[in-house]
Ligand binder design. Structure first.
Ligand SMILES: *Cc1c(COP(=O)(O)O)cnc(C)c1O
Ligand SMILES: [Zn+2]
Length: 401
């Protein structure tokens, strides 16, 4: 069943619908499972993908389109953790098939698209959604249309969208405007929209929450920190965690902590005023292009997640993001794109401010791979030193350092 998050209006699972017909608000899928029906041991000896939790995935099991997404690394990070005085785990979503967590949402979203029998899918994207959709649409044999904000998509993501055969359009405007345009096309039924306004996307992404709980031995961390752009992922993870809580697998719940870039922070602004009313940011700007979003479509769900979990939201500067990106790469060997590092930058800030307490068990989600944005990575480094192919030349430079 599909349900409106505001007025509780209900819709059939197979209705193609993106907003409530009664009140215009966003929708979510209702899933209710009891541990007596599905004991948690059920998940133990299955292959390590998100479909391990298929009982919680509201799609036709015989139609699954998958690239073995999910089951991503869960790395204990002692160097950064000890420096900050917390017990730190990093969930590395860049290890998904196309290099971001979007693959989880797309696997379920494209499975639903196949079930519905649509022939064209589409999205607006800051880059990763289009890379992922292009790959999954190719696998399902569907036509794929993507709209990207002109000049603001990282190189790796653009390469993926084009190479997997999507019809790529460069929009003169920002992400929010591109999304409005493609949504209008979807409402005229020219394509099936797979942005995170589509509630099936979040059904896949909630598996990040499932995996964290499972990895920690059926316990909740104290806090989950992640970057927030369109605000789908924080909503999805909270949905997953509450479903496991409702099923009776865990007793405690984590504080959901959303980090935004200073130049694109409508969710944090609302949190600071303790309101549900998100005011869009005009002309959002940040080096972290994946979260360069001014009017997040899932703001209601995200703010609910933050308030209901006694969580928090804060901003970080581009400089803090790039510093954290470098620290994660240099101290822990984990290469992420700038947006992902907002979680680590946010953790550092919240420890300084005393919001995060010493000894907390914290999971930071890092959302996309370093290679998504090679230009930013290269610009942050000094150029390689040129030498002749000769041992003496090499020794001269190396040993004099
Ligand atoms: C999409 C994306 C985000 C933002 O996620 P939302 O669900 O839009 O809040 C953050 N980081 C990366 C790398 C992304 O691709
Ligand atoms: Zn409604």
């Amino acid at each position: 069943m599909i349900k409106c998050v505001k007025c509780n209006a209900k819709y059939d699972d197979n209705e193609v619908i993106y907003n409530c017909k009664e009140c215009g608000s966003v929708l979510e899928i209702f899933v209710d499972i009891d541990k007596s029906e599905v004991p948690k041991e059920t998940f133990d000896c299955r292959k390590d993908t998100l479909w391990k939790y298929k009982e919680f995935m509201p799609v036709d099991e015989t139609k699954i389109i998958s690239l073995d997404e999910g089951g991503t690394p869960f790395c204990k990070c002692n160097k950064i953790g000890e420096e900050l005085g917390v017990d730190l785990y990093v969930k590395v979503e860049g290890s998904n098939p196309t290099g971001s967590f979007k693959d989880r949402g797309m696997s379920v979203g494209i499975t639903k698209a196949s079930e519905l029998g649509v022939d064209t899918v589409g999205c607006a994207s800051t880059g990763n959604t289009s890379a992922s959709l292009a790959a999954y649409a190719a696998r399902a044999g569907l036509r794929c249309v993507v709209l990207l904000p002109s000049g603001k998509v990282a190189l790796g993501k653009l390469a993926q969208a084009m190479f997997h055969g999507a019809e790529v359009f460069s929009v003169n405007g920002n992400f929010d405007e591109a999304l409005e345009t493609v949504t209008a096309l979807a409402l005229e039924k020219h394509l099936y929209l797979l942005n995170s306004i589509n509630p099936y996307r979040l059904e896949g992404q909630k598996s990040i929450g499932f995996e964290i709980i499972h990895e920690l031995g059926w316990e909740s961390p104290d806090r989950i920190i992640l970057p927030v752009g369109n605000a789908g992922n924080i909503s999805a993870i909270w949905k997953g965690i509450t479903e496991f809580h409702n099923a009776g697998y865990i007793d405690e719940l984590p504080m959901m902590t959303g980090i935004q870039a200073e130049g694109a922070s409508p969710i944090t602004n609302a949190f600071r005023k303790n309101t549900m009313d998100m005011v869009p940011v005009e002309n959002p700007e940040t080096v972290a292009t994946a979260i360069r979003i001014g009017a997040p479509v899932s703001s209601i769900k995200a703010l609910r997640a933050i308030y209901d979990s006694n969580g928090y939201s804060d901003t970080v500067t581009d400089e803090e993001i790039l510093d954290a990106q470098k620290e994660l790469a240099r101290y822990e060997g984990i290469g992420v794109e700038p947006a992902s590092a907002a979680s680590i930058a946010g953790l550092k800030k919240l420890v300084e401010e005393g919001v995060v307490e010493k000894g907390e068990k914290i999971v930071c989600i890092v959302t996309g791979h370093l290679l998504k944005d090679p230009n930013t990575a290269i610009n942050a480094c000094t150029k390689p030193i040129e030498i002749d192919a000769d041992i003496e030349a090499l020794k001269k430079v190396l040993l004099n350092k």
